[in-house]
Ligand binder design. Structure first.
Ligand SMILES: Nc1ncnc2c1ncn2[C@@H]1O[C@H](COP(=O)(O)OP(=O)(O)O)[C@@H](O)[C@H]1O
Ligand SMILES: [Mg+2]
Length: 434
């Protein structure tokens, strides 16, 4: 057997915009395919479609992973990480190029791809084991470990469709990691679950890697990724931007994330981000005072603005902003739907401007990013523009007091406090002697 576990050559995946598939194949279906044909060439020539309506989620991606290697995959939202894993576990076919996979694949992609909803936790564990080609006795041996790890003992005989998403992910991770697939694909699992469980998952992934199995690990947790994966690839707009030792790739990636983008504008409507319903004209952030040259001052109100061409007069459109702090944590989300003056206003299209004020003394210091979503009828996101703005929030005021560290928290509102002396028999409050 060759020492290559995964070989990807000139892989490309083109999606039609607006036809996001509602249904994903389950791990079960995926694993069945791979178990019956451990080596396959995945090749598919898509129908040519007009360039306007499509997006290359992956383009010209080539790399190899040897058996026993642990590869990290990083990149911003929309870079193509999940698409790559979906192609590798045959949930979706590539449009160009091919991927060879040598070995049984276990995968943990988004919540919801894992099990048969009508079956109980117990049945799903057995089913997944059988699909991976394990004998009944082998599954039995692993069973208690899985249940323990997932902490779902009480719910073993409940259909998984009744599980909370936390329970679901715990079981999915436990199954994927314990049932000994030769190749383990893990997507963003650390974004779900509490800190304790995340730690446990990382520990388990370390074990899996030490046992010499092949792991592909997508994560925004750079610390975990650097520890777990000697090598990494960085995807940017569907291409491999850099590949090599994780230390180098991660540090270059973090440098890029720290770049400030205070404004983006598109004068040519046809080329602006968007689709036939909406196109962006301009997004920006500015402080009330100063230029922001040294970062956005925490002590001054900020204005975030979005201008867009509203191309569908039949729809009511809103802007939603998702404000992120580091490592994919959303600090808060806010929507122009909060503007009652804009409710139910009919308009015949044209250019629209929405602005939002972020109060002074609210954000914490550090790097921030904003995703802009355009939402139709307050329910459907019709366009996502990820990483539209990126900025560093800095503290410019002198602090009173003796401590100068960074205050913990995703936001740092300056709240009103009051402390009063309520008096007492032996202990009257009195002003301290100067
Ligand atoms: N089923 C789909 N239909 C249309 N576009 C899609 C579909 N899945 C992903 N995309 C688009 O492909 C790009 C890559 O997405 P994805 O692989 O999910 O990125 P990541 O996991 O890195 O955040 C994005 O622009 C996304 O909107
Ligand atoms: Mg993803």
């Amino acid at each position: 057997m060759s020492d290559i576990a995964i070989r990807v050559e000139n892989l490309g995946k083109r999606y039609r915009i607006g036809t996001r598939q509602a249904r994903y194949a389950t791990i079960r279906e995926t694993v069945t395919d791979l178990a019956t044909a451990p080596l396959r060439r995945l090749r598919h020539l898509g129908q040519p479609t007009p360039a306007e309506e499509t997006i290359w989620a992956l383009k010209d991606v080539s790399f190899e992973v040897k058996h026993g290697e642990v590869l990290g995959i990083i990149g911003r939202n929309g870079a193509g990480k999940t698409t790559l894993l979906r192609v590798l576990c045959r949930i979706t076919d590539p449009t160009e190029g091919y991927a060879e996979i040598h070995g049984r694949v276990g995968s943990l992609l988004e919540v919801g791809t894992g099990f048969h909803p009508e079956l109980t936790g117990r049945e799903n564990i057995h089913l997944n084991g059988a699909i991976l080609g394990m004998k009944k006795a082998e599954i039995e041996r692993k069973f208690d470990e899985i249940v323990d790890f997932a902490e779902i003992e009480k719910f073993l005989d409940t259909p998984v469709k009744r599980y909370s998403s936390g329970m679901y992910v715990r079981l999915a991770f436990a199954v994927a990691a314990h049932l000994e697939p030769e190749i383990l694909l893990v997507d963003e699992v650390l974004a779900v679950g509490d800190a304790g469980f995340q730690k446990k998952c990382l520990g388990k992934m370390e074990d899996v890697a030490k046992e010499g199995r092949t792991v592909l690990f997508v994560s925004h947790n750079m610390i975990a990724l650097r520890n777990l994966c000697p090598k990494a690839i960085w995807l940017e707009g569907g291409h491999i931007s850099e590949g090599g030792p994780s230390q180098d790739v991660v540090s270059n990636y973090l440098k890029l994330l720290a770049t400030n983008v205070y404004e983006q504008a598109w004068d040519d409507r046809a080329k602006a981000p968007g689709n036939d319903k909406v196109r962006l004209h301009r997004v920006w952030i500015e402080p009330d005072d100063g230029t922001g040259d040294a970062g956005m001052p925490r002590e001054t109100p900020l204005t975030v603005g979005v201008e867009y061409w509203h191309l569908d007069p039949t729809a009511q459109l809103h802007v939603t902003l998702q404000v992120y702090v580091e490592q994919q944590i959303v600090a808060f989300t806010t929507s122009s739907g909060l503007d009652s003056g804009w409710q139910g206003v009919t308009h015949s299209g044209g250019l629209v401007r929405s602005t939002c004020r972020i109060p002074a003394h609210f954000l914490n210091t550090g790097q921030h990013r904003i995703n802009v979503h355009i939402v139709r009828d307050r329910s459907t996101v019709i366009h996502r523009f990820e990483d539209a703005l990126s900025f560093d929030v800095v503290e410019t005021e002198q602090r009173s007091g003796a401590w100068f560290g960074r205050v913990a928290g995703v936001v740092r509102p300056t709240l009103r406090w009051r402390t009063k002396c309520l008096g007492g028999p032996d202990n009257e409050c009195a002003p301290r002697d100067p």
